[in-house]
Design a protein around this ligand. Structure first.
Ligand code: B1M
Length: 210
C-alpha cells in the first residue's frame, strides 16, 4: 500500500493518532500536500457512503472527521504559504443547525492563503450572528456561508435573505457553498457567488474583492 493510501485508510478508520505521522511520511515519500488533501477528502466520501448504507454510524463519522483534521493540521503550513499582500476582510460560518466544519475550515484555509483575513463564526451560526459580525466589522468585503446538509439549505436561504436586507448590502458580496448547494440554488436565494470547492472559493473571492 502506498503512503497516500495508508493516509486515506487511516482517515476512513478514524485513526487520529496515526494520521499526522502518516501524512508526514506521505510527504517525505514525494506526495504533494494537495494530493494528500484530495485523498483525505475522498476518504470522507467513502465514510459518507458507508454511513448511507448503515455500515457505520455517527460516532464513526465523527472519529473519521477528527482524524482528517489531524492530517489537515500537518498540511496547513504547506497549503497556506506566506501572504504579504492583504486581500481584505471576510466573514465565514456554517449556517444554523449545521455542525459540519471540515469543508468550511478548508475554504478558510484557502482564503487565508489568498491573503484574506477571515473572521470565523464557527458552526450552527444563526443569520442574526452574521449580521452582528458585519455591524462590528464594517470593513468586511465578503460574507461566506456554508451548508452541508439538505436540511440546512433553508437556513442558508434565511441567512442570505438577512444579508440581502442588511443596509450596507451594496458594499458587500455574499458567497455560498457546501455539498448540497448548486449554482441554481445560489441564484434562487440571491447570493452573489457559488463555488464547488475550497480552491475555487478563494479564486472567486479574489475577483469579488478587487
Ligand atoms: Co454528516 N452528513 N451528519 N457528519 N457527514 C454528511 C454531510 C452526509 C452526506 C453523509 C451521508 O449520509 N452520506 C449526510 C447529509 C445528507 C443530506 O444532507 N442529505 C450527513 C448527515 C445525514 C449527518 C447527520 C444528520 C447524521 C445524524 O445525526 N443522523 C448529522 C447532522 C449533524 C448536524 O450538522 N446538525 C451529521 C453529523 C456529522 C458529524 C458531526 C459526525 C461529522 C462532522 C464533523 C465535522 O465536520 N467536524 C459528519 C461528517 C464527517 C460527514 C461526512 C462523512 C464528511 C463531511 C466532510 O467533512 N466532507 C459527510 C459525507 C460526505 O461528505 N460525503 C456527511 C469533506 C469536506 C472537505 O467536504 O464539507 O462538502 P465539504 O466541503 C467542500 C465543499 O462543499 C466546498 O468546499 C469544501 C472543500 O472542498 N464548500 C464551500 C464548503 N463550504 C463552502 C463555502 C463556499 C464555497 C465552497 O463559499 C462560502
Amino acid at each position: 500500500m502506498s503512503k497516500i493510501q495508508e493516509v486515506a485508510t487511516a482517515v476512513e478508520r478514524g485513526k487520529s493518532k496515526k494520521v499526522a505521522g502518516l501524512v508526514q511520511e506521505a510527504l517525505d515519500s514525494g506526495s504533494t500536500a494537495p494530493e494528500i488533501l484530495n485523498a483525505m477528502i475522498d476518504s470522507m466520501t467513502v465514510v459518507g457512503d458507508k454511513f448511507t448504507k448503515n455500515e457505520i454510524f455517527v460516532p464513526e463519522m465523527l472519529v473519521a472527521a477528527r482524524a482528517m483534521q489531524k492530517g489537515v493540521e500537518v498540511l496547513k503550513p504547506l497549503l497556506v504559504g506566506e501572504n504579504a499582500v492583504s486581500a481584505g476582510k471576510m466573514i465565514m460560518g456554517t449556517v444554523a443547525g449545521d455542525l459540519h466544519d471540515i469543508g468550511k475550515n478548508l475554504v478558510i484555509m484557502m482564503l487565508e492563503s489568498a491573503g484574506f483575513e477571515v473572521i470565523d463564526l464557527g458552526v450552527d451560526v444563526p443569520a442574526e450572528k452574521f449580521i452582528q459580525a458585519l455591524e462590528e466589522n464594517p470593513d468586511v468585503k465578503i460574507v461566506g456561508a456554508s451548508a452541508l446538509l439538505t436540511t440546512t439549505m433553508p437556513a442558508l436561504k434565511e441567512t442570505v435573505k438577512a444579508l440581502n436586507e442588511y443596509p450596507g448590502r451594496d458594499k458587500i458580496k455574499v458567497m455560498v457553498g457546501g455539498a448540497p448547494i448548486t449554482q441554481e440554488f445560489a441564484d434562487e436565494i440571491g447570493a452573489d457567488a457559488y463555488t464547488e470547492d475550497a480552491a475555487s472559493a478563494a479564486q472567486v473571492a479574489k475577483k469579488l474583492a478587487s
